[in-house]
Design a protein. Sequence first.
Length: 156
Amino acid sequence: MPPPSSDLAATLRRVPLFNDLSEAELALIGERVAVRRYGAGMVIFTEGDRCQELLIIQEGSVKMLKTAPTGRQQLISIERAGNPLSEVPVFDGGSYPATAQTMNPVTLLRLDADHFQRICRQHPEVALKVIKALGHRLRRLGNWWRTSPSRRCVAA
């Protein structure tokens, strides 16, 4: 069941992937969105699971955890309302790079990966805007990595 259109549009508008989309383009995406609710402490997906959907946090907070070879879990990030969860595997058909676990009750918007890819193929202007947003994100991550005092350099 889709959320009320005003809530849906407001949430989609906050998603960095969709910043440049027009109202009509957002409506294309929003027409097939489903809602999922999770209680506190629940696992949404596990590192290594195949990604089949784009998930967007509408309410609540989600921690992203990466498992080290020793089995220890490391906190990678805390994602909040308006943030997508692992958007890259939606496009490459890969698996989730981390485990997502709710920190409190969470409401997610779910968009089937195949449907989202179909929108991008049928509406190349949407695909270009999404690629631009992903490019900005990669550039920011690259800049952070180069300027981060905590990064470790590995000798060749």
